[in-house]
Design a protein around this ligand. Structure first.
Ligand code: GLN
Length: 310
């Protein structure tokens, strides 16, 4: 059991916050370009009905962006099972940037390599049940609220709209996949759902609790009630290890050694098996699109706490 307390979080966050100067806030989604690079926060949600520990601006809300890819994957697996999901998306890392279109054309059969890159996540979102985009978004929100144990969680309309209006590459990926039968129905409707799932808003405490559910093999970290089937939690965690930090996943596995998922807003959720969930936020990003403050914090905590699973 790895213990992380508020003193640890304060100490390491203080130590690494200077690295924000080495990164750049994502600006390809116009609404994210306004984020302030000096904001940072972290939280650890322990398993076993104990208090959440936090440091920095822990009540500050941000959009989950690509962290949503893990949650829609969990939902699609619950709704359709592994066989159906993996007939439309692969299980292998890509080593290309998350937005890349390249492999879609060269890989045979032509399906996206994994659910953690944009193409794969779009294919997964396309499978979520619902009679229209509103119902699909509601299904996703219901799962996020359940895992975070907070029914007030919603998406940020401005961020969603801002991405929807500028998501030309995600549209291109979707149309390419529609041509190849991976995606069905309206691409505009798919983009509506996808941009809203990416714009779901949380703070580090809520995100750490979501990560803690995965750390507890799909069970509520406080009550031990099952919230996700354990095999679904296992599949999601495996993808977090192999592809969760995009084309930095190999380096991250060596340096930090836990399942984790990042989003371009600057958030990262990390899963510390049987101990709890860790979330970190700092909007300045490195070249691969991972939070610089987050990467440094996780690396230092990993060394200090010796939590690598390898
Ligand atoms: N890496 C990310 O967080 C990407 C999510 C973002 N909404 C996109 O599709 O570009």
């Amino acid at each position: 059991m790895i213990e992380i307390d508020e003193k640890d979080l304060h100490y390491w966050l203080e130590h690494v916050k200077i690295y924000a100067n080495n990164g750049k806030v994502a600006d390809y989604i116009p609404a994210l370009a306004n984020q302030q690079p000096e904001i940072n926060a972290t939280a650890f949600y322990p398993i076993g009905d104990k208090e959440v520990a936090c440091a920095g601006q822990a009540d500050y809300s941000f959009t989950i962006q690509s962290v949503s890819k893990v949650l829609t994957l969990a939902l699609a697996l619950i709704q359709h099972g592994e066989q159906a999901v993996f007939s439309r998306v692969g299980k292998e890392p890509s080593s290309d940037p998350f937005y890349s279109i390249q492999k879609l054309e060269v890989e045979k059969p032509s399906k996206p390599l994994n659910p953690m890159i944009n193409a794969g996540a779009l294919a997964v979102t396309n499978m979520i049940r619902g009679r229209g985009s509103d119902e699909m978004v509601q299904e996703i929100l219901n799962l996020v609220r359940l895992l975070a144990d907070d029914s007030s969680i919603d998406y940020d309309e401005e961020v969603a709209r801002s991405e929807f209006e500028t998501a030309f590459l995600n549209r291109a990926l979707s149309y390419f996949m529609k041509q190849n039968g991976i995606i069905t129905g309206s691409v505009e409707e798919l983009l509506d759902v996808y941009t809203k799932q990416c714009a779901i808003t949380v703070n580090v405490k809520q995100l750490a609790r979501i990560a803690a559910v995965f750390a507890n093999d799909g069970k509520d970290p406080d009550t031990n009630q099952p919230l996700l089937p354990s095999h679904v939690a296992r599949v999601c965690k495996t993808f977090m290890v192999t592809c969760g930090m995009y084309d930095a996943s190999g380096t991250f596995a060596i340096n930090v050694g836990i399942p984790a998922k990042s989003g371009v807003s600057g958030c990262i959720m990390g899963v510390i098996k049987e101990s709890g969930g860790l979330a970190v936020f700092g909007p300045a990003l490195d070249e691969q699109g991972n939070s610089v403050v987050g990467m440094h914090l996780l690396k230092d905590l990993a060394d200090d706490k010796r939590w690598s699973i390898f």
